[in-house]
Unconditional design. Structure first.
Length: 444
């Protein structure tokens, strides 16, 4: 399964002095050159994906703690560190590992919010590299892998994930998911030592303990094992993959109260998420940082049909060896939609296109979009990369302008000027409580 697995070359009577046939040696050299080229493309696209941080450094440096950030600190201020870590956040999510890492980052940075933003972008860069390398190991063409990384890493529609420290939860989940997938490929590709199995299980648990959406990751990799045809021989590995999901679903059922359904309905919310994302948010239908009103049904059909066309085209043009990858990604999209439909329906239909929900959708869509340009002529592929990069990035500046006004200057001004008993942001904490947290944790 892994591209690192080397198969013995067929024997041939015409061999060179080293004992290898000229054809085999040439194929091996071509394969190595191709992998080097693919890795270079992925590395370049990963670097391009973090350029917005440097291009808009001044704007990012004006952001400040917001909403759930203050709620996390408020809960910690009223209890011990251990009880705070294990207690469900605002009664909704069991994310102890994220809490531990987040408060460690806050304290080690001296309360600097810019340090947390840089940490998120560093995590984003590592995810882009891990994602691209995974696609190469799964034999995705180099151009398609690079295009997928660019599609996932550069869009301004990821702004909430990359400009709000609370969304580090989703990033850590994806990072551990990709690391677990890499470990799985190593296990499937050759006889792996026991340490790889421990690392695989650790990554699955770690992702799920950082984000509630990480609960489904083990199921997805179990499905991948089945789709690769190894399930009969790897039954224990399939079961191991499901253990984190089973245990964390049980913990959620026991300690997190059920979510309240609204008039929107679980299925409607999930369907809108699936059909609109990620394409809807890439177009300039609005630049408000909160999101959109419920999309017109014609737009749901348009973007949904476009997404389905890209998925169908990827299956049609790809080698069958890529089917397990694509099917696993689609299942991941479906599972995420179901989870959001259950947990977030109460927030309203307009939130289905929220920036915080683009990360997984772009990760799923990227490889299949990459297949569409992978077999073009080199000149056309290069033009496609440049045009696509400009399209993905052109809204960073206006989006950040609104974001800074809302989650930077606005919060700082409210903390400085509001009466002590008045709210200063959507957390419902009073300005006096906010000022106390700023002083206690040295927030700046």
């Amino acid at each position: 399964m892994s591209s690192e697995t080397v198969r013995p070359a067929a024997t041939n009577s015409k061999t060179d002095s080293s004992g290898d046939s000229p054809a085999a040696s040439g194929q091996a050299a071509t394969s190595q050159a191709g992998r080097r080229s693919a890795h270079a493309i992925v590395a370049a696209c990963s670097l391009v994906s973090v350029l917005p941080l440097f291009a808009f450094w001044r704007q990012f440096s004006q952001l400040f703690y917001f909403h759930d950030d203050f709620m996390l600190l408020h809960e910690l201020a009223g209890t011990t560190l251990f009880r705070w870590i294990v207690h469900p956040f605002v009664g909704e999510s069991i994310i102890p590992l994220f809490k531990f890492l987040w408060i460690a980052a806050v304290r080690s940075s001296g309360g600097s919010y810019m340090a947390l933003i840089v940490l998120q972008w560093l995590t984003h860069f590592l995810i882009c590299l891990a994602f691209g390398w995974l696609l190469i190991r799964l034999r995705v063409p180099g151009a398609a892998a690079g295009f997928a990384v660019l599609t996932f890493g550069l869009p301004s529609s990821n702004i909430e994930t990359l400009a709000w420290s609370m969304q580090w939860t989703g990033q850590l989940d994806i990072l551990f998911f990709l690391l677990a997938w890499h470990a799985l490929l190593t296990i499937l590709g050759r006889r792996a030592v026991v340490g790889w199995y421990f690392w695989y299980v650790f990554c699955l648990f770690a992702g799920a303990l950082c984000s509630s959406r990480g609960i489904v990751c083990g199921m997805m990799l179990g499905l991948f094992i089945v789709l690769t045809g190894d399930a009969r021989h790897r039954i224990w590995l399939c079961l191991i993959s499901l253990v984190p999901t089973a245990l964390l679903v049980l913990a959620t059922w026991l300690f997190v109260p059920p979510f309240e359904q609204t008039q929107v309905g679980y299925f409607t919310y999930s369907l809108n998420y699936l059909l609109l994302n990620p394409l809807f948010s890439l177009f300039p239908f609005g630049l408000t940082p909160i999101g959109m009103d419920a999309a017109d049904p014609s737009l749901v059909v348009l973007f949904g049909a476009t997404k389905l066309f890209v998925v169908g085209w990827a299956f049609y043009k790809s080698d069958r060896r890529l089917y397990p990858l694509f099917a696993t990604l689609i299942a991941f999209d479906l599972a995420t939609a179901a989870a959001l439909g259950y947990a977030r329906t109460w927030t309203g239909l307009s939130t289905t296109v929220s920036s915080r929900y683009q990360y997984i959708s772009l990760l799923v869509f990227g490889p299949m979009a990459g297949i569409m340009v992978a077999r073009w002529r080199r000149e056309w592929t290069m033009i496609a990369f440049v045009v696509w990069a400009c399209f993905l990035a052109y809204r960073w500046q206006p989006a950040l302008h609104d974001w800074v006004a809302w989650r930077g200057a606005g919060i700082r001004r409210a903390l400085a000027e509001n009466p002590p008993g008045a709210p200063f942001d959507p957390s419902n904490l009073s300005t006096a409580e906010g000022r106390q947290l700023v002083e206690q944790f040295h927030l700046h």
